[in-house]
Design a protein around this ligand. Structure first.
Ligand code: 13P
Length: 249
């Protein structure tokens, strides 16, 4: 598995953009976002819009696609679920795993996240493993412990962690307009880097997510251990996502 070139600029659309509006997004985005090498741009549309995204991208292989969630089994009687293998068939090369909305709203446990990460790797996709503490955790002084535990469960489960990407997304910064300060982000990324390095995987890219906007993207990316950004709300609009991608150029 090859490590994606950094910086990684990733847009998680969450439950936004049906197939028709996905086509409109890419028509505009591709006009704004010039062909460029040396960075990785990934869009995570809803699974139902992956095919539309793939056909809208056409020959533009500089923009990659990912899926927001998968089941850990490859097929079977799991109504409403999709597998990593299926997402790959629809054009995804990446899969988000353990996003805090999945953990909090859909009760995903660390063990589920670990199983999904393994399934994504087995399917030949790159898992973007999301970790992050709640405000309660941070106030109680256990932010590092929570993130270390979340990542540790994944590292224990995978045979080779060199094929993963990590995204640090403090829950209190997601969709709130409140961004972690560049120093706070750097401090947590440094701690994650140390944890990865103890398993010999210091080169795993670590992305920051949580209220990333065109205005703060460059400052966050300037931190030595911030290898990229995972953008929610600001990635739904082609202009603001193109501006964020340009900040990583
Ligand atoms: P916002 O950028 O909307 O805060 O969302 C971040 C996120 O959850 C990306 O996965």
């Amino acid at each position: 598995m090859t490590t994606p070139p950094t910086p990684v600029l990733a847009g998680n659309w969450k439950m936004n953009h049906d197939p028709a509006s996905t086509r409109v997004f890419f028509e505009r985005f591709l006009r704004l976002h010039g062909l460029r090498t040396g960075a990785t741009v990934i869009v995570f549309p809803p699974a139902i819009s992956l095919e539309a995204a793939r056909s809208a991208l056409g020959e533009r292989r500089d923009v990659q696609l990912g899926v927001q969630n998968v089941h850990w089994e490859s097929s079977g009687a799991f109504t409403g679920e999709i597998s990593a293998h299926m997402a790959g068939g629809a054009g995804a090369r990446y899969a988000l795993v353990g996003h805090s909305e999945r953990r909090q709203l859909f009760s995903e446990a660390d063990a589920d996240v670990a199983r999904k990460t393994c399934a994504v790797l087995t399917a030949g996709l790159i898992p973007v493993v999301c970790v992050g503490e709640t405000l309660e955790d941070r106030r109680a002084g256990r932010a590092n412990d929570v993130v270390t535990r979340q990542l540790g469960r994944v590292l224990d489960a995978v045979r080779d962690a060199s094929g993963i990407v990590v995204a640090y997304e403090p829950v209190w910064a997601i969709g709130t307009g409140e961004t972690a300060s560049p120093e706070d982000a750097q401090a947590m990324h440094d701690s994650i880097r140390t944890q990865l390095a103890s398993g010999g995987k210091a080169t795993v890219p670590i992305l920051y997510g949580g209220s990333v906007k065109p205005e703060n993207a460059a400052t966050l990316l300037a931190q030595p251990d911030v290898d990229g950004l995972l953008v929610g709300g600001a990635s739904v609009d082609p202009q603001s996502f193109a501006t964020i991608c340009a900040a990583g150029a």
